[in-house]
Design a protein around this ligand. Structure first.
Ligand code: BG6
Length: 483
């Protein structure tokens, strides 16, 4: 194991919901990969806590299985896995009762970082916070990590913030939006604020429009009952797409410091216009040849929840007034692909004759798959025969351009280590979450008042035709959804 990373300080990480799906798929495999990278210091411990009646050995087997299933096999070295497992403990704890809390209190060590990951339903956030506090398990330096959904509207988000605030200060609360941990998302800030090239052009004078696409090929099968109460707007737009939008649109913070960054993001959310209902398209996937319909997946024949949404947004500030931002996200689309495209305006005058509507320069930031960037520029087509212009990509794939580029850490790995370092830059502050809900609530309310139904779309495509029209009518086109 050759370490190129600086280990964090010794910690005890307690994962409430330690036997759940997120722990199995993301948190535990991610911690193992950080261990392999040499980032877990000697003495760091991971303590699973849940209702299930495991002992240490049983839980270690669970963690071992999770590693075997979710970490690539080239990394299944038995000696490393065993060493990692020796840091794992388990304690049955009842989030709503008294069982296990005394045991947890006596397990805690002085002078190590204490972090508590609430990988549980939001209704348990309050009871967990209260018990950690009452049993003296959490100290003033302890951190709690909370997962989305953080509320389902402004009222419930405020209530959650209030209940956490009874036991923890804001600087102790890490609200995860895993999109912020994605490597390319962080790169967005590096590209914008680490180069001189883009920032002078990053405004409505030069940017024609921005497209943000988060497309998924899977349906909602398996989580239909949760999803049916959320829909794409609560599940993706209020959080992930909103965060991407903030990073694209925010002013340069004075420093790369948590509150400086989050202050700027908050200003973007507050400057977002309320979208016109005719600038929103909601869709629901039909059944395909061998795929069930959304309603079948959700087990709700009458469902009016959207599995796709596209919207045109405006930001009322000096930088962005007049540049539309188009968002779209949906399930059962052609490919799993996420990208942000900044489409620049044409030069004001073409010295090469008629070149109307070309929009030659596009900066594409690919979030997944094949993370990287692509800048489309106009050049002369090679060869004799006059000045014919073509667009070519300056393409940078992380996998090709960077050593280890094909082994980019998962978002969760990065974020959990940030918790241990005490760095909140990539976590949402309470007021940010509330502002995002304050913008989202009236949109949802208007659908409910109008009893608006989503339009159906075929699986495996680009979503409803109406979403194409959203851009066509402005003389623009969505980029193709392709991996
Ligand atoms: C989750 C949503 O937050 O993000 C899911 O609840 C969605 O519905 C997922 O599938 C997408 O994340 P990623 O990292 O796979 O793009």
């Amino acid at each position: 194991m050759v370490s190129r990373v600086i280990p964090v300080e010794v910690f005890d990480l307690v994962i409430f919901g330690g036997t759940g799906d997120l722990a199995r798929r993301k948190i535990l495999p991610g911690l193992y990969r950080r261990f392999l990278a040499g980032q877990l210091p000697e003495g760091a411990r991971i303590i699973g806590a849940a209702r299930a009646d495991f002992d240490d050995a049983g839980y270690r087997q669970f963690v071992n299985d999770a590693i075997c299933e979710f970490v690539k096999s080239s990394r299944h070295d038995k000696a490393h896995i065993d060493e990692f497992l020796s840091r794992i403990k388990y304690l049955p704890v009842d989030a709503l009762g008294d069982a296990g809390w005394q045991g947890l209190a006596s397990l805690m060590r002085p002078n190590v970082i204490r972090a508590f990951y609430f990988s549980v339903a939001p209704r348990l956030f309050g009871p967990l916070a209260e018990r950690l506090h009452d049993h003296g398990i959490a100290d003033a330096e302890s951190r709690i990590v909370v997962e989305k959904p953080f509320g389902r509207d402004l009222k419930s988000a405020k209530a959650l913030n209030a209940v956490l605030a009874e036991s923890f200060d804001e600087h102790q609360i890490y609200r995860i939006d895993h999109y912020l941990g994605k490597e390319t998302v962080q790169n967005l800030m590096a590209v914008r604020f680490g180069n001189m090239l883009f920032e002078p052009l990053w405004n409505s004078q030069y940017v024609d429009h921005i497209q943000i696409t988060v497309a998924e090929s899977v349906g909602v099968g398996g989580r239909g009952s949760y999803y049916d109460k959320s829909g794409a707007i609560r599940d993706m737009v209020q959080n992930h797409l909103m965060q991407l939008l903030c990073l694209i649109a925010m002013e340069p913070p004075s420093e790369f410091e948590p509150d400086a960054v989050r202050d700027e993001k908050l200003k973007v959310i507050r400057a977002l216009d309320a979208p016109d209902q005719q600038d929103i398209v909601r869709g629901q996937y039909r059944s395909g040849e061998d795929t069930p319909s959304y309603r079948d997946d959700a087990e709700n024949d009458e469902s009016t929840t959207e599995s796709f949404i596209a919207m045109k947004l405006g930001i009322s500030n000096w930088r962005w007034k007049g540049t539309p931002i188009y968002l779209r996200t949906g399930k059962r689309l052609r490919e799993r692909t996420s990208e942000i495209a900044v489409v620049f305006k044409d030069p004001p005058h073409s010295i090469f004759g008629e070149q109307e509507g070309r929009r030659g320069n596009v900066l594409v930031i690919r979030l997944q798959p094949n993370e990287g960037m692509n800048l489309r520029v106009t050049i002369k087509e090679p060869g004799p025969g006059g000045m014919r212009l073509i667009e070519v990509p300056l393409d940078m794939s992380f996998a090709e351009a960077l050593a280890d580029g094909d082994d980019i850490p998962d978002a969760y790995e990065r974020l959990i280590m940030d918790v241990m370092r005490g760095n909140q830059t990539l976590f949402m502050r309470g007021d940010e979450v509330e502002a995002a809900w304050a913008w989202t609530d009236p949109i949802i309310q208007a659908w409910e008042d109008a009893r608006k139904k989503p339009v159906e779309y075929d699986p495996g495509g680009s979503g409803p035709d109406d979403s194409l029209m959203l851009l066509h009518r402005d003389g623009r086109r969505w980029r193709e959804i392709k991996a």
